[in-house]
Design a binder for this molecule. Structure first.
Ligand code: NDP
Ligand code: CA
Length: 310
């Protein structure tokens, strides 16, 4: 029998002004690096996670359960290497989706792999109409193409007729690549400025960068007027303590623990209001083996927010 999935509640940010807003003006989005199946059983080195919990036969149900638990309307996903599986499942409840693989996915170098990993966006067809999309390969400072991508979709909200943009990205991983991520972020920010042209915009991703890193400051200080949704959780506007928490087998033979915030939901504050957030689980809920585990299928926690287009 599978261990129950970690379940979380939403917290309302309402200041009382939304009381007259009709429920159907609100839509829910989820950001999640759901952990590529091709990487999790080998190169990732999740030393404290039992291998049975990393087996696709086990993980696939928890991934699906996490996707279906919170009545999400738009998903922004990274490390997707099972796009067809997820699409087939979500299609049954009226979602459509797009997938943008990394040009040279590390998954392809694994003996057992399921194809390239990449970014995906899924949306509810009875709420949103896709009116355009772009597949953007990120550049670095030498204007060279890198292995990181951003999938950018333009939607029309069918209820209000309002048009808005959604972008998912997964920046270069690992320490030592801070400047690389900075360059990728600057490039992405310039592309989004051009494409958004004043429209509401939601940018979600695994930035692989803590809040103090330059790439995060690029987004927070952008002319686009981005606010980080999860900075609304604390009184002082700080990001949460963690969006990922894992223990890996280090090169030195010692285990390396990483507990930090590297995943973000950015939204343009002038034309989008954030009214609810999915709380992060406590250390106790996560448990001593950290993530992934029998109780959660990824090393990254999903982030979810309720938004209103203003
Ligand atoms: P990244 O450096 O961005 O990372 C790739 C993946 O590794 C990410 O999904 C990342 O997860 C994960 N990761 C991060 N830290 C660690 C860690 N300490 N241990 C294990 N996994 C980790 O990848 P790139 O897109 O730059 O791709 C790597 C390149 O390496 C490819 O271009 C490919 O050509 C090459 N490659 C070659 C191989 C070979 O056998 N020749 C093998 C693998 C890759 P997260 O973002 O969640 O941190
Ligand atoms: Ca990963």
């Amino acid at each position: 029998n599978p261990t129950p999935l970690i379940k979380r509640d939403f917290i309302s940010l309402s200041d009382g002004q939304n009381k007259n807003m009709r429920e159907d003006n609100i839509f829910r989005i989820m950001q999640w690096n759901l952990l590529a199946q091709g990487l999790c059983q080998s190169s990732d080195g999740f030393i404290l996670c039992p291998s049975a919990a990393l087996n696709w036969c086990y993980r696939q149900y928890h991934i699906l359960e996490e996707l279906l638990s919170y009545s999400v309307d738009i998903f922004f996903l990274e490390e997707v290497d099972q796009f067809n599986y997820i699409k087939t499942c979500l299609e049954k409840i009226n979602f459509d989706g797009l997938f943008l693989p990394k040009p040279d996915s590390p998954c392809l170098y694994e003996a057992e792999n399921f194809g390239s990993d990449g970014c995906a966006i899924f949306w509810k067809k009875d709420k949103f109409e896709l009116i355009g999309h772009d597949e953007c390969i990120l550049l670095n400072d030498a204007k060279k193409k890198t292995n990181q991508v951003s999938l950018i979709c333009k939607f029309r909200d069918l209820a209000s007729g309002k048009v808005f943009l959604c972008a998912a990205t997964h920046l270069k991983s690992k320490p030592g690549y801070e400047n690389y991520r900075f360059q990728q972020g600057k490039y992405l920010e310039s592309i989004l400025r051009e494409k958004a042209a004043g429209l509401p915009l939601i940018l979600c991703g695994d930035f692989n960068a803590e809040p103090t890193e330059l790439v995060v400051q690029v987004m927070k200080s952008s002319e686009l007027g981005f606010r980080s949704a999860y900075s609304n959780l604390s009184e002082d506007g700080q990001e949460p303590q963690y969006t990922t928490w894992k223990v890996r087998s280090g090169k030195s033979g010692k285990n390396e623990e990483a507990c930090h915030t590297i995943d973000y939901i950015f939204y343009t504050e002038k034309n989008i209001k954030c009214v609810k957030l999915l709380k992060l689980p406590t250390a106790e809920q996560i448990g001593p083996g950290r993530l992934p585990s029998y109780s959660y299928p990824s090393d990254h926690l999903s982030l979810a927010a309720d938004f209103i287009l203003l």
